[in-house]
Design a protein around this ligand. Structure first.
Ligand SMILES: Cc1cc2nc3c(=O)[nH]c(=O)nc-3n(C[C@H](O)[C@H](O)[C@H](O)COP(=O)(O)OP(=O)(O)OC[C@H]3O[C@@H](n4cnc5c(N)ncnc54)[C@H](O)[C@@H]3O)c2cc1C
Ligand code: SF4
Length: 498
């Protein structure tokens, strides 16, 4: 429970950031995590509230009060136990400790009238120390089951499921169309938010646990035309859905929700207008040492990012590291309040103005604005975007109307579309004969019995492919729960946690 009076004695302590001028010069992580003494103080603030809402606010249900208490106690044996507690519910705390938006903290009881315990920073400190001390080891199954499972897609959902299934004794093969494993952790989230060595280390651990990785292999088919055909695909080999079904006893589809939302206004086809997920993966590949030619670059350009979420924010940070002349971000919704009305929204995730570390590095943000047209250049700029036309909008009763006389033209040499994702690649689901829900996701519920199972024989689905665009922590949860469902399907019962 931490220290009885800790929440009265100590303030919330934020993790530090390296100065902007320094961090913009490279692609490395710049968050300075808590040291052991700082983590101890933060753990001391956990106040034994009786009903730990943080635990249900966390999608993987991390047992937060227990690891807070262990870190507060602070002996090496306590820290070692803390990572065991954390690993009981979360396969990859180093991912969530870096990129999770921490809904647990919104739900923290201390957050009702004070600042929440810095749960994410404690999680980050525990797993980084565990790796540094050599406490994270492969956990191969004691005996094999003789069953073979194919996992299609190596994002956090696929990785979590594969690790759980291998530990249950199944022979697991992960198929990934891109050249490296990790899904959006690898090719969406920039290195400055999460360096990719964290994924490599887990892949090595999983290989030692018996998981086989087949990267550069597409299962099923890619869309041949339309926006979805521009999704990153490094595959050098394609394997049919029927072949996978014939070779494996169960198949888990964790292919993500890769179809980006488009903005089909006049001028959309001009050079210089790109999906965020054309721009970001290229930079991550370059950081990894790949040759990408020609690379979409922002150097010296006036960049407009359309879309105010995480992906848009990552475009802002990447453009600033390229040396953009200016970066502007548009959001269709009105500016939310700076502070939420805590008694009204606690313990739920509040809508409020969120300023990311990328915004702090330089970005003009405009709210309640809609793009009407991309402007084509003339002369040497023929065929290229040189600007865009917008209008301010207002929202009433969920309806959007344009504000008369608010039309404006903006200079832009590079426009990045970061308006979210509409659905998974339909072709993969179709190849397996999987029914889709109304939003085009794989149709499967998440109840304990029959959960994650699609209509297709022996085929399961989890992560963004089932729930639609979401978060890393939700993908890990679904991967873990789907692993249990697959294990039950194969063995009649399962000891894996749900
Ligand atoms: C730019 C960006 C930034 C984000 N930032 C954050 C953040 O800070 N915090 C957070 O919590 N979430 C963030 N998210 C969301 C988060 O990354 C996703 O919700 C999460 O990765 C989904 O995991 P997944 O395993 O379901 O799918 P994905 O991570 O999308 O992985 C799916 C994988 O399946 C592969 N695949 C698909 N089809 C096939 C096929 N037919 N054959 C073989 N392989 C296939 C794909 O290549 C991909 O590697 C971000 C998303 C983006 C795009
Ligand atoms: S995974 Fe996310 S929600 Fe869960 S404890 Fe960590 S930061 Fe909080």
């Amino acid at each position: 429970m931490g220290k009885v009076t800790g929440f009265l004695e100590y303030e919330r302590l934020e993790e530090g950031y390296e100065p902007v001028a320094q961090r913009l010069k490279n692609w490395k992580e710049f968050v300075v995590g808590l040291n052991a003494e700082q983590a101890k103080q933060q753990g001391a603030r956990c106040m034994d509230c009786g009903t730990p809402f943080c635990n249900s606010g966390c999608p993987v249900n991390n047992i937060i009060p227990d690891f807070n208490d262990l870190v507060y106690r602070g002996t090496p044996a306590d820290w070692r136990q803390a990572i065991e507690v954390l690993h009981q519910t979360n396969n990859f705390p180093e991912f969530t400790g870096r990129v999770c938006p921490a809904p647990c903290e919104a739900a923290c009881t201390l957050n009702v009238n004070d600042d929440a315990v810095g749960i994410k920073s404690i999680e980050h400190a525990i797993i980084d120390r565990a790796w540094a001390e050599g406490w994270v080891k492969p956990q191969p199954a004691a005996a094999g089951t003789g069953k073979k499972v194919a996992v299609v897609g190596s994002g956090p959902a696929g990785l979590a499921a594969a690790q759980q299934l291998a530990r249950a004794g199944h022979a697991v093969t992960v198929f990934e169309k891109n050249s490296r494993a990790g899904g959006l952790l690898r090719y969406g989230i920039p290195d400055f938010k999460m360096e990719k060595s964290h994924i490599d280390r887990r892949v090595e651990q999983m290989k030692a646990e018996g998981v086989s990785f087949r990267t550069g292999v597409l299962v099923g088919a890619m869309p041949k035309e339309g926006p979805a055909s521009r999704v990153t695909n490094d595959a050098k080999e394609t394997i049919g859905a029927d072949q996978v079904k014939a070779e494996f006893d169960a198949v888990l589809l964790t292919g993500g929700a890769e179809s980006s939302r488009d903005l089909p206004v006049p001028g959309r086809d001009l050079d210089g207008v790109h999906f965020a997920m054309e721009f970001l993966p290229q930079q991550n590949k370059v950081v990894a040492g790949d040759k990408v030619k020609p690379q979409i670059r922002a150097d010296g350009k006036h960049v407009i990012v359309i879309g105010g979420g995480d992906t848009g924010s990552d475009c802002v940070g990447t453009s600033n590291r390229h040396g953009a002349a200016s970066v502007t971000q548009f959001e269709l919704m009105p500016m939310p309040p700076e502070q939420e009305d805590k008694p009204l929204v606690w313990p739920y995730w509040p809508v409020k103005l969120r300023t990311s570390s990328s915004h702090e590095e330089g970005c003009e943000r405009t709210f309640a604005i809609a793009t009407k047209e991309f402007i084509a250049g003339t002369g040497k700029d023929k065929g290229r975007v040189v600007g865009l036309k917008t209008v301010q909008v207002q929202w009433q009763g969920g309806k959007m109307t344009e504000v008369p006389g608010s039309e404006k033209e903006w200079k832009a040499d590079l426009v990045l579309l970061a308006m979210g994702f509409v659905s998974p690649l339909g072709t993969v689901l179709e190849a397996f004969g999987v029914d889709k829900d109304a939003r085009g996701n794989a149709k499967a519920h998440t109840e304990a019995t029959g959960g994650y199972k699609t209509n297709a024989e022996k085929v399961f689905a989890a992560g963004d492919m089932r729930r639609g665009q979401s978060l890393v922590v939700w993908a890990i949860r679904e991967g873990r729960q789907a692993a249990r469902a697959v294990d039950e399907y194969l063995m009649g019962a399962s000891d894996l946690p749900r």
